[in-house]
Design a protein around this ligand. Structure first.
Ligand code: FES
Length: 113
């Protein structure tokens, strides 16, 4: 399947244990590095729109915690894992080519895996 990857950062901008805000085709995302694995989600919380990129990365459980009401989302699927949010946020596929980090929207069917 052809996917539309967009470069969003250099790998050096997002070291292990960190997350940063990035933009992909006008969408505001967070890019997170957990022990060298990269994840990208919409950074806008589905509850009341706080920026997840300003929250906390939960490396042990592969979650991000919202700074406003401490809701959580799965970094791989964007699904909510702790209330109050009950709707997912869009998740993205991430790949690295050389020094470049690229993302593409994750198809809805794939997010269930
Ligand atoms: S805005 Fe994120 S949990 Fe309320």
């Amino acid at each position: 399947m052809a996917e539309n990857f967009t470069r969003v950062a250099s790998i050096s901008e997002v070291p292990p244990g960190q997350m940063i805000p990035v933009i992909a085709d006008g969408a505001e995302l967070l890019l997170a590095n957990v022990g060298g694995r990269l994840f990208a989600l919409s950074k806008v919380c589905s509850h009341e729109g706080a920026y997840l990129s300003e929250g906390w990365l939960k490396e042990e459980s592969l979650e991000v915690e919202c700074p406003l009401h401490e809701g959580r989302f799965d970094l791989q699927s964007g699904r909510p894992t702790k209330l109050p949010p009950d709707e997912p946020v869009p998740a993205y596929t991430v790949k690295v080519e050389g020094d470049d980090v690229l993302v593409a929207p994750l198809a809805v069917e794939e997010s269930g895996r």
